[in-house]
Write a protein that binds this ligand. Structure first.
Ligand code: C5P
Length: 222
């Protein structure tokens, strides 16, 4: 497909999930939440009792994922084998497991085409870690969204509290630092900005401000 792509990459808690969803809504484009595919792979593997060291088995799980994304916006649902797992995949343990399966090359390869299949007219907003570097290297616009570790941890704390999940800042900070390190130093598709990415530090910026900046950049590119 030659539909245009906006790649939004960055570490967890940078706000890229929210920003990507709003961006897709504003543009009327499709949305790819690539992290959800890694989370779903991790969940499916955990449910089957697979070891996270078994790259071959995990790649098979990733390749055969029976997943459906239904609806969008606030009412978006994620179905794994027909079951709504929207909440299960957002849990911290699933995120940590996702970052482990995401370090495996065969798993990433198994998810590559599935991600590219999201590219349809009129366009795609792709949210992830390697959207601009690996999955959509020809994206029309590449954003690398960051925020300080403290800011990201406290945003995550608020998110969890809103969902009625108990959590504390020190342990969130520790988990975040661990996940960042694992995502950045892995051998395959490490988290890094594409050479032609535009970095936006969202610390101290609110969501509409970040959104406006990206929309302005998108208009410039057209
Ligand atoms: O973005 P999210 O927190 O849902 O992603 C969960 C994990 O999946 C990340 O920590 C990262 O290890 C992995 N991931 C990835 N490549 C992507 C998206 C997510 O490696 N494109």
């Amino acid at each position: 497909s030659d539909a245009p792509v906006i790649a939004v990459d960055g570490p967890s808690g940078s706000g890229k999930g929210t920003i990507s969803r709003l961006l897709a809504q504003r543009l009327g484009w499709h949305l790819l939440d690539s992290g959800a595919l890694y989370r779903l792979t991790a969940l499916a593997a955990m449910r089957r009792g697979f070891e996270f060291e078994d790259a071959t088995a995990l790649a098979a799980v990733a390749g055969a994922l029976d997943v459906r994304f239904a609806g969008d916006g606030e009412r978006a649902r994620v179905l794994l084998e027909g079951e709504d797992v929207g909440l299960a995949i957002r849990a911290e343990d699933c995120g940590a497991a996702a970052s482990r399966v995401a370090a495996l090359g065969p798993v990433r390869d198994a998810l590559l085409q599935r991600q590219r299949d999201f590219r349809r007219r009129p366009g795609l907003v792709a949210d992830g870690r390697d959207m601009g570097t690996v999955v959509f290297p020809d994206a029309a616009l590449k954003i690398f969204l960051t925020a300080s570790q403290e800011e990201r941890a406290s945003r995550r704390l608020k998110q969890l509290k809103d969902q009625g999940v108990s959590a504390n800042l020190p342990s969130l900070l520790r988990d975040l630092a661990e996940r960042d390190a694992r995502d950045a130093r892995r051998a395959v598709s490490p988290l890094r900005p594409a050479d032609d990415a535009i970095e936006i530090d969202s610390s101290g910026l609110d969501i509409p401000a970040v959104l406006d900046r990206i929309l302005a950049l998108a208009r410039e590119r057209n």
